[in-house]
Every structure is written in C-alpha cells, then in structure tokens.
Design a protein. Structure first.
Lengths: 309, 253
C-alpha cells in the first residue's frame, strides 16, 4: 500500500478518566487513506476509548487527533462530517422507521436531502424492502445494518466500525464483510475494532494491537503473519512410538503425547525447512505414516502471544 | 451554523410529541378541564371576585403557567435523557452539531410543545369562562420566555439525571409545590404579610404575576420585576447549560 499523507493522524494521545484509570497511554497512530485497519485488543484495552475520542464522544486528556489535517477539537465540524461511526451496541430509536432514522442522520450531519443516495445505501445493505418498517420489528442483524446505513448517510470518508459483527451469526458476518469490502472499494477508509481475529485476518490491510492502553504493534497484516507466522508439520504414524528414534534427533521433531504423531516446527521464511530429509529419515528408520499435514500460526496465536507479553 | 442539524433534532422531537399525542396533548387538556370543574365551578361559584376579576377567569393564567412549567420541564428533560438512556446520544455527540445548536434543537422543541399545550389550554379555558387578554403581545412574550427558560431548566435536569426517578424528583418536589404556592389559584395579596414576604423568594410568583397582568392588568408584583426575574432565571439556566457542554459533565467522559 502506498503511504500518502494519513487520513487520521494520532499523536501522543492519552486518556485518564476521573477515577484515575489510564485508558490510553501516549498513542501514536496513522491511518492511511482507503485502507481497512483492524484494531485488536482484549476487553478494556482501550479500543473503544480510542475511536470515541476520534469521533468526539469522549474528551481526550492530552495529545492531538487530526482528520485529513484538521484538529478534531478546534475544527470539529469539518472532522465529524468526514467520519461515520457504527457503535458496538444496537443504539437505535426503536419507534422510528428505517427511512426516518437514516434521513435523520443525514440531516443531523448537515447534509441536504438526497433520497436517491439513501435509497442506494439501503439497497446496498439489503434494507430497502424494510424502509417503512419500524426498527423494533427488525432482527439483530438488520438493526446492525441500519446502524451502518445511518453511519453512511452523510457520505463519510472514514468509517469506524466498533465490533461490527459482535453477536451476528456466521452467514450474516460474511455478508457484513462483503459490505465492508464494497465500502473500501468505493474509497471509504475503514477502521474496525474486533474480538474476532478471523475478521482481521480476513479483511484487514493493516493490524494494530492495543493492550492496557498502549499500542504495542502496528503492522501490515501480510507482513505480520509472514514475519511471525510459524508453520507446523504433523506426521501421523501408523504405529505409535515409545520414544523418539535416534535417527530423527537431528531434526527439530517432537513426539506427540500418545506417541502416534510427530510434530516438526519451522519458520516458513527464516530458514529452509528440511522436510524431505525428515521424510527420508523416517523411511530409513522404517517408520510408516498415514497422513501428513501442515498448519500456519494464525493471527490469533500471534495476538495472544503479544498481549501476554 | 448547522441549521439542518438543528432542524433534525427539532423535528424528531416534535414527531415524538405528536406520536404520543394522547399523553402529550390530551392529558394536560383533561387535567385543565378538571381544574375548572373543581376550582371554577365547585369552589369558584362561592368566591365572588379577586381584584375585580371573576375567580374562574382569574385562575386561567395560573393554570396555563402550571402546565407550561411542568410540560416544559418534562418535555425537555425526557427529550435529552432518553438518548442518554437508550445510547443514541452517541450520534448527537459525534455529529457536527455545537452545544448551542443542540440546545436550540432540544430546548426549542420542548418550548414549542409546551407553548402549544398552553395555547390549547387557553382555548379550552375560553369555553368555560369569558376571557379578555389586555396585552396579547406581553402574554405571548411571557409565554415564550417562560417556556424557553423552563425548557432549559428541564434540559439541565435531563443531563444531570442518571435514572428515571431523578427526572421526576425536581419537578415533583420543587416545581409543583412552588407553582401551587406561587399564586396559581390565588393572589398572594390575600396571604398574611409574613407569608407574602416568604412568597417573594418563590420565582414562580413573578412568572404567574406577569402573565396574569398581561390578561387582566392585575399583578402581585410589577410587570418589570416579573420580566426581570424571568430573564435572570433564564440567564442562570444558560450559564449552567454552557458549563455542562464546556466540561462535558454527564455527557462526555
């Protein structure tokens, strides 16, 4: 991804609540135009506080946030017009119709009526046939779509999705991912916080990991996985072994607990794994095997490793 | 100035009012009719006149003021409290809407609703007693100023409240007693001198007195004093609201 001037620039941002709890500590982060940025972190890490400050819902303690070069406090009208927010909870006026609530959002952000545009986003989110229905009659998944439609109603350049697929079934989650990709293709910068590592793995261009209020890592997702991704080769044996044969000792191999499998761990990029040598050594030792498979370390493993540090 | 944003808040609040018109509009009118039946017909028939005004007519400004105060407070406090309670406040806080514009939308709508109720009560009253308004412009001025001031007061209560019970505490324990003791149904001149002096600390006395003067040219205190006290109370509410938005008290962490 070409690194232009960032659409969001966060510098030395800190937030300490009145209780003394320090939710964010000296955060520095740039979000690039047109990317999907996934912000990962355990509960209470500071993800929602961070996006709430950028959106104007929470006051910062120190530091600065610029959106497209404009300060979010002194130039709040400009920055807020550029941002759409989909909150984590289903915060909706349940007595309103879908159409009324989306139209309200557009007006609230100071945009002139444009029914054709609202029709387009409702159709894009498969909400058009529900436009006259009251929100209270919609399913949870549909309500989440309404929140996205509201956030998009004023044509933002940047969209924050706070846990967009929390509590959403698998089919709808994948559906939602498609919507997010379409938005990115339309030029919207997406920042999503998520608990689902697979969501970040599936969609993000870059990943940020926040823990205890500190940004502990910001990395291109593919690079991150390549840099930190361990691969494992599992060999399922025909007959269990009592102990690891001497001929296999030169390889970095471990015998499975029940003796029925061998596990060979290697770094996919840092070294050239001697898989063929290992298989030859097995033949020499007359050890038969029934299955061989490989697995790469997932983003979840990487994430868990980072936050435990 | 984000006028569209102000209009969005104002119209959403007005829609809520008309969606619940039985509670919003019909209930205050029925209450007023009951007051007329009890105070006007049952008790009022035994009271000849107060300061040259028939008792039935005399209580009309007080009744309108009673509804205006309670409705302004309840409409405005509920208007801002409900988004806080339901969580939809996030949208207002993340929108390019300034504190002033937000107050204009919510308080403007609450004041418009309570004025509408006040005018409906006035029209209802005219069915029971012959009414002449001596100074219609002053009557409107007091109506608008009182509605705005107490809507702003209600807005503050709505921002301060962190539970439905707190929304009711101040209106029930402070405003309603002050209104009843503020000369809604009597002239404070009929009270013993000691209680007359005590009544002068009740801000509602000035509102009702000025409003009643606009109808019948009879007042407990001078109209200038009534106007001045209304403006003072409005300035206090404005100052508190400004402070709340500046600090984010109960709005932003």
């Amino acid at each position: 991804m070409a690194f232009m001037n960032p659409v969001i620039h966060i510098e030395n941002l800190s937030k300490t609540y009145k209780t003394g709890f320090s939710a964010l500590k000296d955060i520095n982060l740039d979000i690039q135009r047109g990317e999907i940025f996934a912000l990962l972190g355990p509960n209470g890490a500071g993800k929602t506080t961070l996006i709430s400050i950028v959106c104007g819902i929470v006051n910062k303690s120190t530091g600065s946030v610029l959106v497209d070069g404009h300060d979010t406090v002194s130039d709040f009208r400009v920055t807020r017009k550029m941002i759409g927010l989909v909150p984590q909870e289903l915060h909706l006026s349940i007595f309103d119709t879908v159409w009324a609530t989306v139209k309200f959002s557009r007006q609230l952000f100071g945009k002139a009526d444009d029914d054709a545009y609202l029709e387009k986003i409702l159709k894009q989110l498969s909400l058009w046939d529900k436009k006259d229905g009251k929100i209270m009659t919609l399913s949870g998944g549909m309500k989440r779509r309404v929140l996205i439609a509201k956030a998009l109603a004023h044509e933002p350049k940047v969209l924050f999705l706070d846990e967009p697929t929390a509590g959403v079934d698998v089919a709808l989650r994948k559906d939602m991912w498609n919507v997010v990709r379409e938005l990115r293709d339309a030029g919207v910068t997406i920042i999503l916080t998520t608990h689902y590592i697979e969501e970040a793995e599936e969609m993000a261009d870059r990943v940020g990991v926040i823990s205890k209020g500190q940004m502990i890592l910001v990395e291109d997702k593919a690079k991150l996985m390549a840099k930190m991704g361990q691969k494992t080769l599992s060999i399922h044996l025909e007959k269990p072994l009592g102990k690891l044969p001497v001929k296999l000792k030169p390889f970095n191999v471990a015998l499975g607990g029940d003796g029925a499998s061998l596990t060979y761990s290697y770094d996919a990029r840092a070294e050239r794994p001697d898989i063929s040598g290992l298989l030859k050594a097995l033949d020499t030792a007359k050890i038969s095997y029934t299955d061989v498979n490989t697995a790469q370390k997932s983003l979840e493993d990487i994430f868990m490793g980072l936050v435990k540090q | 100035m984000n006028w569209r944003g102000v209009y969005a808040i104002f119209s959403a609040e007005m829609k809520r009012f008309f969606r619940t018109w039985i509670q919003s509009l019909l209930a205050p009118v029925i209450s007023t009719v009951l007051y007329f039946v009890v105070f006007g017909a049952a008790i009022g028939s035994r009271i000849s006149q107060i300061e040259g005004v028939a008792y039935g007519a005399f209580i009309v400004p007080g009744l309108i003021m009673l509804s205006l105060l309670t409705q302004s407070i309840s409409n405005a406090s509920f208007g801002i409290y409900f988004p806080k309670f339901s969580g939809t406040i996030y949208e207002y806080l993340s929108a390019p809407v300034s504190a002033f514009e937000m107050v204009l939308g919510f308080v403007g709508a609450a004041a418009a609703k309570s004025m509408l109720i006040g005018l409906v009560i006035l029209a209802t009253s005219a069915l029971f007693v012959p009414l002449v308004i001596a100074h219609p412009l002053w009557m409107l001025a007091f109506l608008v100023l009182t509605a705005l001031t107490f809507s702003m007061f209600g807005f503050i209560i709505g921002l301060w409240a962190d539970g439905f019970d707190k929304l009711q505490v101040i209106p029930l324990l402070i405003i309603t007693p002050l209104t009843f003791l503020g000369g809604s149904f009597y002239s404070i001149k009929v009270l013993p001198p000691f209680w007359q002096n005590i009544s002068m600390f009740n801000p509602v006395v000035y509102l009702i007195s000025g409003f009643r003067w606009s109808f019948f040219e009879v007042a407990d205190v001078s109209v200038g004093m009534s106007l001045g006290m209304t403006l003072v109370f409005m300035a206090i509410c404005l100052a508190i609201t400004t402070w709340i938005f500046k600090t984010g008290y109960r709005l932003k962490n």
